[in-house]
Design a binder for this molecule. Structure first.
Ligand SMILES: *Cc1c(COP(=O)(O)O)cnc(C)c1O
Length: 375
């Protein structure tokens, strides 16, 4: 898709989409903002601005702008409220020691957003457009990027079917928005292993479904199994594949990896029901560079259970933007309850966390060119 040249699009002559800033006239007072930044609680407070654009078949993407953060005007018949035609992304921007602000591989989020849009019959947004929207928002709200160690500004781009129409077909009016929320270090200093409950007979995605798209509907389906995991005393839920109920898929909103005693790292292949994580891809890139064998394949739960009992599975961890790397200390489910290694984070898990966060916070060299400067 090329950038629209419609007069209301805000596109500049060189074709780079432009998000003009309409300043919030009553921004959060600096003192209050500082209180939020000193103790961010994920997803509870948002910055002064949001980026947005609107799509219709006639205009293409148009009305790009950054404006005051605030409630949406949405018709009660808006299609998203009835049929869930919605997608989202999640990425963080990091403050470096010199004050500059950087995003981690945001073009991969842009590409995934476009892929999710295709699956949900939503209009695609160009990578340039996606990157311009986040850069404009982060520049407008740069004072909201925290400086505490391990903190970041979490960006949530999303797209909703806003057409007021109850017929079942792709909406002819779609809104794109980006909101931002300061986030603290996920582990609050410690690097604590979590416990996992393997969902028994409930799935987040099936073959041919929307599992590979980042859409709200997948999350709605995951809430009850997550609640059941908590009832079993576990932090997170692990889903098995819907077709056979035997293969590992994902852990909550993270991809899962298993390390065996020969140093090989195994992870479920992207079979169409699994979300292709930016963190997953980066972890696999780093491991291959280090000369490790990486095996992307179907992973039976039975194999992992046996490996844990026999000691041939040495580490299990999950990865995703929120926590980067999450060590798993315990794997339980109907009829089993197993400790991973001695229950503490393993060496490969810990090293990956250090390497990735070093690149993200600019304390290690970004030899891959993964970081993109926004401010
Ligand atoms: C977002 C997400 C992930 C992790 O992807 P990252 O790009 O690494 O943050 C994994 N699984 C699901 C279901 C997700 O929605």
């Amino acid at each position: 898709m090329t950038t629209t040249t419609h007069p209301r699009s805000g596109a500049t002559h060189d074709g780079v989409p432009h998000y003009p800033v309409h300043r919030n006239l009553s921004p959060c007072p600096a003192e209050q903002r500082q209180q939020v930044l000193d103790a961010p609680r994920f997803g509870t407070r948002f910055t002064d601005h949001m980026a947005r654009a609107r799509w219709t078949p006639d205009t293409g993407w148009a009305d790009r702008r950054v404006e005051a953060y605030g409630p949406l005007r949405l018709d009660p018949a808006a299609a998203v409220l009835h049929y869930g035609q919605e997608i989202f992304e999640g990425l963080k921007v990091y403050r470096h020691g010199d004050g500059s602000v950087w995003a981690f591989r945001p073009a991969l989020n842009a590409a995934r957003f476009a892929a999710s849009a295709r699956r949900l019959a939503l209009p695609e947004l160009d990578t340039d457009d996606f990157l311009a929207s986040i850069a404009a928002l982060v520049n407008a709200d740069v004072d909201w990027v925290p400086t505490l160690p391990g903190s970041s500004l979490y960006l949530r781009p999303f797209m909703i079917a806003s057409e007021a129409f109850l017929g079942v077909r792709p909406a002819a009016q779609v809104d794109y928005l980006v909101i931002a929320s300061p986030a603290a270090s996920y582990f609050g200093g410690g690097f604590e292993p979590v416990s996992i409950w393997v969902a028994d007979g409930q799935h987040r995605a099936g073959p041919g479904g929307t599992g590979a798209a980042k859409c709200g509907g997948n999350y709605a389906a995951s809430l009850l199994p997550q609640q059941q995991a908590a009832e079993h005393g576990c932090d997170q839920v692990c889903f098995l594949d819907a077709a056979t109920n035997t293969l590992l898929e994902e852990i909550g909103s993270m991809n899962v990896l298993v390390v065996t005693d020969d140093g090989t790292v195994h992870t479920p292949e992207l079979s169409g029901t699994i979300l292709s994580g930016v963190t997953r891809r980066s972890v696999l890139d780093l491991l291959r560079e280090q000369g490790r064998t990486v095996s992307e394949r179907p992973i039976p739960l039975a194999e992992v259970r046996e490996g844990l009992r026999e000691g041939t599975v040495t580490e299990v961890f999950a990865c995703g933007t929120a926590a980067v790397i999450t060590p798993i200390g315990r794997l339980a489910g109907a009829g089993f309850d197993l400790t991973v290694g001695d229950g503490s984070p393993g060496p490969i898990t810990s090293a990956l966390h250090a390497t990735l966060t070093g690149i993200q916070y600019g304390t290690s060299a970004d030899v891959h060119g993964w970081m993109r400067r926004l401010v």
